[in-house]
Structures are given as structure tokens and as C-alpha cells.
Design a protein around this ligand. Structure first.
Ligand code: ADP
Ligand code: MG
Length: 418
């Protein structure tokens, strides 16, 4: 990493994944792939690579890598909740209860085995409730189950909670036990959750972008609380749903967020839906703020997060988890195109080519949501009292006319090399 990109005229990239991101990088004008130990300017690696190599890598000023060193503070289910609980306490102390209540968007959660006694206390306080047990660091619905009886956990603790690969049979895999949202918002009797993309380019100061597109992931089976063992009813992961016997790959199990927003607006009116989307923005900002002080801020790092958000029947959004490696594998042509655009715009924001001025509030499908403070739209309106009414600069599920905006960026002068 010794010759600066400007002097070289092209960007050397390394890519550890074999999905949509690889296509985007290959087709990007002026970008050249390096293999093995070759020097790179840009690295789209997986978190395993990061763990093994980050601490021994010297990085020049211009180099960028797609994860923060301790991303797990937000993306492991136990740590996310720990950070949120601590943040809520700090807010309560410093700003009062009302402000702290703005963090009440994650279901009650306990880490097992360490918080088992606390969990049992809570469990007994609310008999009959459904709980969900989730391994802290797995994904795609793996290892998850629902339960209502303490007995199920006692049996599981005895038999099932050893680490899967049994490297050390005394080592117990950590789980979270979380209150199951029993009243999800249903469409045609089916549960769904939202996958939303947030790009963080700096933690200090916090700079976060929200992508306009995303999707709702539906369960293919009607929701019911009488079948808590049926993962096709309760887990909306595509990885789970596509293994259902009646899964139809033509139809898939996704709605684009634009379609969902239109549906909800027709049903509940624009104002209710605006409030819902403001509440969802609040989840992004508070969750990022909750880890701001624990993150190792490094100017070389950025991160594309995939948020899982569940709506309940009162249109309250709940934070389920945050993924540092949201699936970039496409489940259909439409999905591929959406992810392709998302990744192209991610590279546009990261701006290895130096085309941005740094003052942009919008780049392609990304809107700047937070820049060391809230970001407001330019087209602010006046309310009835005549004072200025600021509206957040977020457009989740709104029209994504990204091409028009990208047209305003300077073309990269670099040439694509073989
Ligand atoms: N507390 C909860 N209440 C209701 N549904 C949940 C809850 N937690 C998880 N789910 C469902 O299970 C799915 C998988 O859970 P998640 O925490 O995202 O784990 P994974 O990392 O395996 O994706 C979610 O997409 C959602 O459909
Ligand atoms: Mg998930």
C-alpha cells in the first residue's frame, strides 16, 4: 500500500466474498482486483479475515476496509443489548426518564448462562409468555427456538447448549433469551420483518447514511401462537423460508419497502406511517449512539449494517438485531438489482475515487441521516405558527431516483485495467 491511488489512477481491491459485491467491484470503472497477498487500497473482507489480519495490517491514509474492528459490540445479540441497556441508564441519569424511554425499542433480553437467575425471576413474573432463545453470534435463524416452559430450558441447558463443534465440551455457547413479540403486524395473516441498510462511515463524529430501498421478509405460513415449534411460522429469515416445502422461488417471500410503505399508507394514512418511519429512524440513531463510545473509531473503516426490524400490531417498531455482514446473495433478479444498486452506492459514499465534496446530503439511494447531529431536509416547510419545522433527511421506502443524483457526480478518470 505504498503508491497513492491518485498517483496510480486506479483502485486496487481485495474481495473475500463471492456474491453481488464481487460483481459490483469487477464492473466498477478504474478498479482492479488483487489476489492473495497483493497490496490493496480497498478491502471487502469477511469478519473472519478482519479478526485474523486487522491488528497486523499497516494501512495508509487512503485505504478503506468494510468493517470496524470491534463490530461485534453491535452485531452480537448479547453485546447489542448490553450496550443499549447501559446507554438507556446513562440517558436516564443525564437527561431523564422521557429521554431514556426513547430506547424502549428492544424486547426484554437476558444473556444465558450468565443472567440465568435474573431471567428466571422475570420469567416467573409473567407466566404464559412466549420467549425466544437465540445463539448470540449465529445467523440465518440457526439454533433458534421458542419456548413457554422453564422445563424446556432446563433440559436444553443439560443437553443442547454445548458449542456445536464440540472443540471444548465444557464450553457453553452463549444465548440470549428474549421476549417473543407475540402480536406482530400481519399482512394476509403472515408475519414479516424489515431488512434496512444503514452505512456508517465514522463513529467519532457519528456519520450515518440510510438507504431508501430495503425489503420486508415474509413468513410463508399463517401466523399462530399455537405452533411455537414451527420455524416457518415464526422465523422470517429467507434462509429458513426458502426451505419450506411449499416455498415458491418465483414468488419469493419479499416485498420491496416501497410496496410496504404504500400498503401501510393506504391502510393507516400518511401521518401514521410518517410516525412509524420516524420511530424506525430513532432505532438506528440510538443503537449507533449506544456503541459510539465503545467502538474503536478508525478512519479506514466503514460498515454496511443490515437492521432487522419487526412491527407489532400497534405499528410499534422493535429492533431484533443488527448484522455486520447482511446477506449480499440475491434470492431473485429483483433482489439482485436492489443489492447491486445498494453496493454501488456504498462505494459511491465511501468515495475511493474522490468525487465527493464531503458536504453531500444525498449520494444515489443514500440519504445522510446523522452527521454529528440530526440532518434535515433542504425543503423544510413552515408550520401553522410560522416557525420553521425541520424534517429528518430520511426517505426509507420512498422513491429512489438515484440515477438522476448520481449523474451529478464527476466521472472517475481512472481506466479499467485487465
Ligand atoms: N423477539 C422476537 N420476537 C419475534 N420474532 C423474533 C424475535 N427475535 C427474532 N425473531 C424472528 O426470528 C428471526 C431470526 O432472529 P434474529 O435475531 O434476526 O437471528 P438471526 O441472526 O438468526 O437472523 C427474525 O428475523 C424474526 O423473524
Ligand atoms: Mg436476523
Amino acid at each position: 500500500m505504498c503508491v497513492h491511488r491518485d498517483a496510480r489512477g486506479y483502485v486496487r481491491y481485495r474481495c473475500g466474498l463471492t456474491n453481488t459485491i464481487q460483481d459490483v467491484l469487477r464492473q466498477r470503472p478504474g478498479w482492479v482486483e488483487v489476489k492473495d497477498d497483493g497490496e490493496w487500497d480497498f478491502n471487502w473482507c469477511d469478519v473472519g479475515w478482519l479478526r485474523e489480519n486487522f491488528d497486523h495490517s499497516y494501512m495508509e491514509e487512503h485505504v478503506r476496509i468494510c468493517h470496524f474492528r470491534n463490530h461485534y459490540e453491535l452485531t452480537h445479540k448479547n453485546l447489542m443489548v448490553k450496550n443499549l441497556k447501559r446507554y438507556r441508564k446513562t440517558l436516564e441519569r443525564e437527561a431523564g426518564r422521557l429521554e431514556a424511554a426513547k430506547c424502549d425499542f428492544f424486547p426484554r433480553t437476558f444473556v444465558l448462562p450468565s443472567e440465568y437467575p435474573l431471567f428466571v425471576e422475570e420469567f416467573k413474573r409473567s407466566p404464559g409468555n412466549t420467549w425466544i432463545m437465540k445463539p448470540v453470534a449465529r445467523s440465518q435463524g440457526k439454533g433458534i427456538f421458542l419456548f413457554r416452559k422453564l422445563k424446556d430450558i432446563i433440559d436444553w441447558k443439560k443437553n443442547g447448549s454445548r458449542l456445536e463443534d464440540q472443540r471444548d465440551e465444557n464450553q457453553v455457547e452463549r444465548y440470549v433469551a428474549q421476549r417473543y413479540i407475540e402480536n406482530p403486524y400481519l399482512i394476509s395473516g403472515r408475519k414479516f420483518d424489515l431488512r434496512v441498510y444503514v452505512l456508517v462511515t465514522s463513529y467519532v463524529p457519528l456519520k450515518a447514511w440510510l438507504y431508501r430501498d430495503g425489503f420486508a421478509r415474509f413468513s410463508g405460513t399463517r401466523f399462530s401462537l399455537s405452533s411455537i415449534d414451527d420455524q416457518y411460522v415464526h422465523l422470517t429469515n429467507v434462509a429458513v423460508q426458502k426451505t419450506a416445502p411449499d416455498y415458491d422461488p418465483e414468488k419469493g417471500c419479499k416485498w420491496q419497502l416501497q410496496k410496504l410503505r404504500r400498503y401501510l399508507t393506504a391502510k393507516h394514512g400518511a401521518e401514521t406511517v410518517e410516525t412509524l418511519f420516524r420511530d424506525i429512524d430513532n432505532i438506528f440513531i440510538r443503537s449507533l449512539q449506544s456503541v459510539q463510545k465503545v467502538f474503536i473509531n478508525d478512519k479506514h473503516c466503514f460498515e454496511l449494517y443490515g437492521y432487522d426490524i419487526l412491527l407489532d400490531e400497534d405499528l410499534k417498531p422493535w429492533l431484533i438485531e443488527v448484522n455486520a455482514s447482511p446477506s449480499l446473495t440475491a434470492s431473485s433478479q429483483e433482489d439482485y438489482e436492489m443489492k447491486y444498486r445498494l453496493l454501488e452506492d456504498t462505494l459511491n459514499v465511501v468515495d475511493m475515487e474522490g468525487r465527493l465534496s464531503g458536504r453531500e446530503k444525498r449520494v444515489g439511494g443514500y440519504d445522510l441521516m446523522w452527521n454529528d447531529g440530526p440532518v434535515y431536509r433542504e425543503d423544510f416547510s413552515l408550520d401553522s405558527l410560522g416557525s420553521t419545522c425541520f424534517t429528518a433527511n430520511t426517505h426509507l421506502g420512498c422513491v429512489n431516483d438515484r440515477k438522476k443524483h448520481l449523474g451529478q457526480l464527476k466521472a472517475f478518470s481512472g481506466q479499467k485495467r485487465a
